[in-house]
Design a protein around this ligand. Sequence first.
Ligand code: GRF
Length: 211
Amino acid sequence: MPAKLNIAVLASGRGSNFEALALAATKDDYPARIVLLITDNPGAGAIRIADRMGIDRKIVDCGPSRGSMSVESSFKMKEYCTGKDVKLVCRAGFMRIVKGPLLDEFAGRMINIHPALLPSFKGLDAQKQALDYGVKYSGCTVHFVDRGIDTGPVIVQRIVPVKQNDTEEKLSARILAEEHVAYAEAVRLYAAGRLSVDGRRVLVDDPQGDR
Ligand code: GRF
């Protein structure tokens, strides 16, 4: 079995996607392992998960500008990642737009999860946007990170129905369960070297020919 690919996860909050990835990676046949959690929030639940699972974690002060990050913090995060020989960076509920040295270093090697079917409902409160719009289906998207917000090529999407009596909380919970599956699948495909990008399209190497 080839060596596992080293992954860093960026998370600002609860950390359930981080946990789902970390759990998937505990399986012997999973092609990736989580070597680092980076957070901008000293109170993030993700820190407790990392400590419980024995995963190295770093807290980086990303500066006061909400949603953005200072060049210094981006540089520090890049250094932490390269120091651990990270090959893929996974944003999982990281509440800042990544730019600067970290994005430059990991261009094409950074992915994100978004709780809607992109290109619909980009940005914050995607589940509420979907409810307010009145769509009958929503879901989640794992995509490569580019210089835009939720605009990079799509790797995996999973669909959930929107029900008549849904609240934002109910819909978010239904989507979140699918996020955990989608993220583990996308990382598995990437780490196994099965993805290639052709313009906007992400192609999956598919020996069975059923994709
Ligand atoms: C998820 O819904 C993710 O799609 C969004 O932020 C949320 C993070 O949740 N970007 P968690 O911290 O992974 O539990």
